[in-house]
Ligand binder design. Structure first.
Ligand code: XLS
Ligand code: CA
Ligand code: CA
Length: 440
């Protein structure tokens, strides 16, 4: 435990099972329980985010913060030092074994880049010693290239070369920090990489420069010996009107165009998927089908609000279908389920940090159990295999093997007359089977 306990009112959270009504206990998340040969905690690889949990204080565009995240610190450096101890206390009590951070979440920004780097150097050894003490690891690091006014027009896509150079310099230090912390991944989320109007934008140059930035930064990490995953995190809008990394398919196209697809995979965030008018499962499937599944930012949006609310994930259907995709992808390698989520502005007490994580962890544990059962029972696999079985023989086989011309297909269709016996899609039956597994 840290020198000082920040949350004495909360004890270590334990698994008590689905019949427990103790809000400070897990109902489904049983870390050591083995599911299909792997412990639950190793399937799920939960990660705590520094920015929401240790920094965000509930400020929104209509009101000030509702939460105190200073952890009794009296000056910026002390505040950031205390955040480290508070973070590890939260993770230890929840049994969360990973964390993710931006460079600017872990240390205060100074008046110059050199001063900011010095601040980082003060904090990193404290994080390292807490990692050593607890065995907690770093899931991924990233650079905050969107908050400072210098990045108002973007960073790796800035129209101004000096800003681009600054972003590269900041990223160099950020990569060094990630390597120092043994991060298993490094994320590039497009921050302000996008545009608000094409009237003032050279989109092609901006995207070319973004690719150069990604190549340079990842080359440097590799040079330092980084062996983890590089992830791009798609998002369609916010803060810019049109983000270049719009969705999984757009990012995959971008990576292929710039020949970066063998180096980068995706960090799929649930809330970003729905902002792009996709389901979370859709984005995961696009990633999986293109060998681009890397990691997950676990949260959810609100279907009635059109913005990035970053809520803790409690929708069991979404967590189940997410874990279905994760299991089908062969599980996480360097990635994990990173709670890029914050308790609501009104859920402002320190206890809410724990209650919110318990809600998210239980929702994913239940999702894992259901997804494992869905896969083992094979109802979906069998149905899909049968639905496409006409491609395993005859004319279908020839189509799939590319052994047939359009003229031959015409000849076949002309002889066939009308297509007969088209089977049902059985959507409702399959949804009902999903409900049966979830709620039995
Ligand atoms: C913002 C993003 C961001 C990334 C990391 O919408 O989710 O928090 O995950 O920069
Ligand atoms: Ca995110
Ligand atoms: Ca988000």
């Amino acid at each position: 435990m840290s020198f000082k306990e920040y949350f004495p009112q909360v004890k270590k959270i334990k698994y008590e099972g689905p019949n427990s009504d103790n809000p400070f206990a897990f109902k489904y998340y049983d870390a050591e329980k083995v599911i299909s040969g792997k412990k639950m905690k190793d399937h799920l690889r939960f990660s705590l985010v520094w920015w929401h949990t240790l920094c965000a204080d509930g400020t929104d565009m209509f009101g000030r913060g509702t939460m105190d995240k200073s952890f009794n610190g009296k000056n910026p450096l002390e505040i950031y030092k205390n955040k480290v101890y508070a973070a590890f206390e939260i993770m230890e009590k929840l049994g969360i074994e990973y964390f993710a951070y931006h460079d600017r979440d872990i240390a205060p920004e100074g008046t110059t880049l050199a001063e900011t780097n010095k601040n980082i150097d003060e904090i990193v050894p404290i994080i390292k010693s807490e990692m050593k003490r607890t065995g907690i690891k770093c899931l991924w690091g990233t650079a905050n290239l969107f908050n400072h006014p210098r990045y108002m027009h973007g960073a790796g896509t800035s129209p101004f070369a000096d800003v681009y150079a600054f972003a590269c310099a900041q990223s160099k230090k950020s990569v060094e920090t990630a390597v120092e912390l043994g991060a298993e991944g490094y994320v590039f989320w497009g921050g302000r990489e996008g545009y608000t109007t094409l009237l003032n934008t050279d989109m092609k140059l901006e995207q070319d420069n973004l690719a150069r930035f990604l190549k340079m930064t990842s080359d440097y990490a590799i040079k330092l010996g980084f062996k983890g995953g590089f992830y791009i995190e798609p998002k369609p809008k916010e803060p810019t009107k049109h983000q270049y990394d719009f969705d999984a398919a757009t990012v995959i196209g971008f990576l292929k165009k710039y020949k970066l697809d063998d180096r980068f995979t995706l960090n799929i965030e649930a809330n970003h998927a729905t902002l792009a008018m996709h389901t979370f499962q859709h984005e995961l499937r696009v990633a999986r089908d293109n060998n681009a599944f890397g990691s997950i930012d676990a949260n959810q949006g609100d279907y009635l609000l059109g913005w990035d609310t970053d809520q803790f994930p409690t929708n069991i259907y979404d967590t189940t279908l997410c874990m279905y995709e994760v299991l089908k992808a062969g599980g996480f390698k360097t990635g994990g389920l990173n709670f890029d989520a914050k308790s609501r502005r009104e859920s402002h007490t320190p206890e809410d940090i724990f209650l919110a994580h318990i809600a998210g962890m239980d929702a994913f544990a239940k999702g894992l159990l259901a997804a494992d059962e869905l896969i083992k029972k094979g109802t979906l696999d069998d149905f899909v295999a049968k639905r496409y079985s006409s491609y395993t023989s005859g004319i279908g086989k020839k189509i799939v093997e590319g052994n047939i011309s359009i003229e031959e297909l015409e000849e076949y269709a002309l002889k066939m007359g009308e297509v007969k016996n088209i089977p049902s899609g059985r959507q409702e039956m399959l949804e009902s089977e999903l409900n049966r597994i979830l709620f039995k």
